[in-house]
Design a binder for this molecule. Structure first.
Ligand SMILES: C[S@@+](CC[C@H](N)C(=O)[O-])C[C@H]1O[C@@H](n2cnc3c(N)ncnc32)[C@H](O)[C@@H]1O
Length: 262
């Protein structure tokens, strides 16, 4: 089985637990779009959005609740099944979901979007960043924009077991060419499950260069020392974002980026 297939199988194991986790959050009215993403996206009401790697659709649903017409894409069939179920249960209708590998989306889907968006733990699962960049360009309207918010690769290079104590020890090569192979997946919205999976490390430079090669102009790249809880951090700030007190202002944990067609 190739690496993408292995990843699909691994993510599919988490779908039901993720659906239950996010359904409970929606029921308690405690699910929120990351405040940084919300602020940087600006007014999205009436916009057509393509949400890449949407998982079981929690953020896709939030974007639709904010008035956008949203299409979520994910390659795990059970993610799509549960994303549709969750949207139906929450009576969100301005939403659609497509089961597809992002690497094959151009062959499967037609359409142009005001915003193409990806967030939080997404691109490291993709084996080909140039194809990713071309896919984004392909689906953007001429006056549309691409927005991403994801874990900072510099943060990802440190040992995750030591960082909670404020200790930074390089573990994963920032310039690594081969994907990291792991035996467990998940843990942020469910218990982790045993399944082989592969995660590629992409440097900030490689991300920007892929987008640039695909004909995109970077409007901004912002870096932050805090993220959504579950992605890192041990304390929560007044906005609900998670951070490491010992590393506050010292280490970028996430970055966001906006790009337009040149
Ligand atoms: C950490 S989750 C991203 C969650 C996202 N932040 C959200 O909005 O809920 C990563 C997602 O990428 C999906 N994924 C991984 N590789 C993919 C691929 N090649 N094509 C499409 N989806 C993929 C997984 O199924 C998983 O749902």
């Amino acid at each position: 089985m190739n690496k993408v297939e292995q990843n699909r199988k691994a993510w599919n194991l988490l779908s039901k637990d993720h659906y239950e986790y996010f359904r409970n959050k929606f029921k308690e009215d405690s699910y929120k779009l990351n405040p940084i993403v919300s602020k940087e996206l600006g007014e999205i009401s009436g916009k057509k959005i393509l949400h890449l790697q949407c998982n079981t659709g929690a953020d896709t649903i939030m974007l639709a609740k904010m008035g956008a017409d949203v299409t979520g894409v994910d390659f795990a069939p059970d993610n799509i099944h549960y994303a549709k179920k969750l949207a139906e249960e929450l009576n969100v209708n301005n939403i659609d979901f497509i089961e597809s590998d992002i690497m094959k989306l151009m062959e499967k889907h037609e359409g142009k979007y005001d915003i193409v968006l990806t967030s939080d733990g997404a691109i490291g699962w993709l084996p080909d960043l140039d194809k990713w960049g071309n896919t984004i360009s392909y689906f953007l309207k001429d006056n549309g924009f691409f927005y991403m918010h994801d874990l900072h690769p510099f943060f990802l290079s440190f040992d995750e077991d030591l960082i909670d104590d404020g200790v930074l020890e390089a573990k994963y090569p920032y310039f690594g060419k081969e994907p990291d192979e792991a035996d467990e997946i998940g843990g942020y919205a469910s218990d982790s499950k045993e399944a082989k999976n592969y995660f590629w490390m992409y440097t900030i430079g490689s991300i920007i260069n892929s987008l640039s090669r695909a004909g995109l102009f970077i409007e901004y790249l912002n870096e932050y020392d805090r993220c959504d809880s579950g992605m890192g951090g041990i304390e929560i700030d007044e906005e609900g974002l998670s951070y490491y007190p010992a590393l506050e202002n010292k280490l970028p944990i996430v970055f966001s980026l906006k790009a337009v067609l040149r």
